[in-house]
Design a protein around this ligand. Sequence first.
Ligand code: PLP
Length: 437
Amino acid sequence: MTHQSRLLAEAHLHMPQGVAENYRYWGEKDTVFIASAKGCTLTDVDGKTYVDFRLGYGPIILGYRDERVDNAVIEQITQRGTLSGFSTELDTTVVKQIKGMCPNIDKMRFANSGTEAVMGAVRTARGFTQRDRVAIVEGSFHGLYDEMMWKSDIEHWQPGSKVAPKVIPFGGGIPERSRELLSIISHNDFEALENLFATQGDTLACVVIEPIIGNAGSVAASQEWLQRLRDLCTQHGTVLIIDEVKSGFRVAKGGAQELYGIHADLTTYAKAMGNGYPVAAFGGKAHVMDVVGSHPGGVVHGGTYTANLVALSAAHATLKILTETNAQQTINHAGEQIQAVLGRVFTAAGLEHAFAGPPAMFGIHFSATVPTNYRDWRVTNSELYRKFAWELIARGVMLEPDSREPWFICEAHQHMDMGWLEEVATQSIRVALAAKD
Ligand code: PLP
């Protein structure tokens, strides 16, 4: 019996499924317990090491236990404390840093998680427009709150069908009513976009979108489609919310919006903003954000842990490094090298493959062409990917065994051994291709 299985057996007595949150349960045999992390490496409680491309679902942008960030946090909390429920100078300092990187931001507020940032942005959009309806895109994920926990049931959808996938809740406990104000469209579908605005444009408070879907293998909106969405939002007085919880400070200093040159009215950030410390924010145009406040009819935003000094000092140090060093180029270069290695391996195996998204957050799809939306993803060979991923995990490469979760790259990946990756990927794809169901 491994130490991991002993820990899981005990944890079952104390937590549902023996884990602290649902997505960590990988089954009785494969649920991972981590002993330590450093750079781009994880070590589990049985002493097995992994080069990690999961990076805790994306927050690690520099590397685990980055001393530049950790020391800044330690200094801050030992000199000033963790929180007081009052303002600090660091609040404005961090917003100014973000404004220097992201020209789409005039004013901001902080939050503790991506979920909370999205909730804040949506409430602000509703307060600003005095409208209630919200639209999202198939395959996206915007956090664990009821209204956003509806998804397209792609697994039971007939590929190629003109009928949209059924929309279902993520699970139990989500009231049917929370779906009433939600519309769902598909990336790069011009007809659906025009139809959404023609039928609901005047009641639509906001469209929330990940232009590069960090939860569907980095499948991306085309420049033209995103521009049309931007224009329609402007015409109809609808707030465009770009959810950069995964892409922000990762795919470029100014996130996906810098890559497209298209700006949102409101943006949400989290993850890479603090290199693993829990910090998030939402913000955007001053006249939209100024509906937030305690004036009559103002949009309420707050919370005990908002802008605590652990979070803000981590954000301050991380954003300073991303601004002042060439970390982002290093990450992009490592991502390109890793793609080149994997591309060689797939080509040698005679396998059709396509990489989606930018090098810091890319998806691998076993298909002839890059999927353009979630429905396209459904026709990729995600089952082969799943087998490949499990073989990689067995050989010390950690990733999510679902091709909807991208490969995340951090600065510390520059030190990894590309020859080793090529070797283990070659073995893994060989075994995966030979495996019977
Ligand atoms: N938005 C996007 C695009 C995300 O990917 C996630 C989480 O993965 C969230 C929101 C929710 O963030 P959190 O898990 O920090 O609440």
